[in-house]
Design a protein around this ligand. Structure first.
Ligand code: ATP
Ligand code: MG
Length: 409
């Protein structure tokens, strides 16, 4: 059960963090942890990064950090955020704020000293929990503790208004829903997301892509994605969504769980799209996806339909992860176990025969060596990557054939 004190967790013992808190001092009750670190510690989950809220103004924060010999990075000074870098970790320290104006994308903020006001401008009740570092006392202005205990994701205030202030909150809603929302669905919040979806076009594509990537990287985003599809959230930025996207993603995740294999991010993306390189390219360009992701798409889309007798070849031409993804995405149910078994505990071999060996066998150095080597490799792959003895046989056979061909020519 969730108590009213922050449980002890390893991240709280980092020397760097203690030093940061010490230099920030005690003014206005001192700094407090906020957001993910509090939420996830209460749930007993690991914490990746620690956000700190303070009533001190950003310049004061920078001065204090520097005076304490801590590197201060003015990450978003106009929004009140300074990053303290110490002990190999970054701590985001943000001055308490109040929204002065919002336009659906960025807020203009004023610095404040009121904790409740700062909490009110955060998105969800479970994200607006603060903890006092020394005592562990939790400050909960909007019933976030109860929502956390019942796994309910709730906007602070009126969902329609909160979304109109910042449309990114729609995507954050579905991300946090996939992460924490096993409780009852909130129909009003989902309706508000649907109503605000058109506003997503106001956001930069990078921000949309980043949120979508985060959603797709979660352990099981299938329900969130299905809700997003049903409520038209993708329409403004991803009209290429395949008509079976919800089902295909669900199947992919079912297979992941059944075979204890996590599919990679490109595979999760591809589950949403038609198996069509041109359409996928269009999506990648629109969302300005990384080259790494695009290359990942291309490798998976160019692989032949996965079968137990060709899946190692796919791994050989690409890599094991790609082959595994292709199985998880595109195999028939009956082929999945055998395809995966082919990849399990199998290392991609390399051909031992080299160009020099072919010259020793009688070929003259030149383009014919490369061509013959390719032919040997192709047969070797076809035969299922046989060992060195068979490779040598293949080498002499293929060289002899090449030699008699040149003689006849
Ligand atoms: P994560 O584990 O994903 O980092 P987090 O809750 O720490 O989760 P961040 O994106 O790091 O999420 O943001 C930190 C906090 O800032 C959130 O918990 C929330 O209180 C607030 N916040 C972030 N983005 C928004 C937004 N678009 N609108 C309102 N509040 C936001
Ligand atoms: Mg965070």
């Amino acid at each position: 059960m969730i108590g009213t004190k922050l449980p002890d967790a390893e991240w709280q013992h980092a020397e760097g963090l203690k030093k940061v808190l010490a230099v920030l001092g005690d003014a206005h009750g001192g700094p407090r942890y906020v957001g993910g670190a509090v939420r996830d510690t209460l749930l007993g989950l690991p914490v990746a990064d620690v956000d700190i809220a303070t009533a001190l103004e950003p310049m004061d924060v920078i001065d204090r950090l520097e005076a304490g010999g801590i590197k201060a990075i003015p990450t978003g000074i106009e929004h009140g955020t300074v990053t303290a870098a110490i002990g190999g970790k970054n701590y985001e320290i943000t001055t308490l704020r109040r929204d002065v104006a919002t336009d659906g994308r960025r807020a203009t903020v004023a610095f404040a000293t009121d904790w409740r006001e700062d909490a009110a401008r955060r998105d969800f009740t479970i994200n607006a929990l603060y903890a006092e570092p020394k005592s562990g006392e939790i400050f909960d202005y909007f019933n976030g503790l109860e929502d956390l205990a019942t796994r309910r994701l709730r906007f602070i205030g009126n969902a329609n208004e909160r979304i109109a202030e910042d449309f990114l909150r729609i995507l954050r809603y579905f991300r946090f829903l996939a992460r924490y929302g096993s409780g009852q669905l909130n129909a009003d919040a989902i309706a508000a997301c649907a109503k605000g979806a058109h506003g997503l076009t106001a956001l930069s594509r990078e921000r949309i892509a980043q949120e979508l990537t985060r959603i797709l990287s979660l352990r099981d985003p299938a329900l969130s994605i299905e809700l997003m599809i049903t409520h038209g959230i993708f329409t403004p930025f991803l009209p290429e969504l395949s008509s079976s996207a919800a089902n295909d993603l669900q199947n992919l995740i079912k297979r992941e769980q059944q075979f204890a294999q996590i599919a990679s991010l490109p595979a999760r993306f591809l589950a949403l799209l038609k198996r069509d390189a041109v359409a996928v390219d269009k999506v990648a360009a629109r969302l300005k996806l990384s080259n790494k992701l695009r290359e990942g798409f291309a490798r998976r889309l160019t692989a032949p339909p996965p079968k137990p007798d060709n899946i190692r070849a796919t791994a050989y031409h690409a890599d094991i992860e790609t082959a595994r993804d292709v199985v998880m995405l595109y195999s028939t149910d009956s082929d999945v176990p055998e395809c995966l078994a082919q990849l399990q505990q199998w290392e991609i071999p390399s051909l031992n025969v080299k160009g020099g060996d072919l010259i020793k066998l009688g070929l003259t150095a030149g383009p014919l060596v490369a061509k013959t080597l390719q032919a040997i490799e192709a047969t070797w792959i076809d035969e299922g990557f046989p060992d060195i003895q068979r490779q040598n046989e293949l080498a002499s056979q293929t060289v002899n054939a090449a030699l008699s061909e040149t003689k006849n020519a």
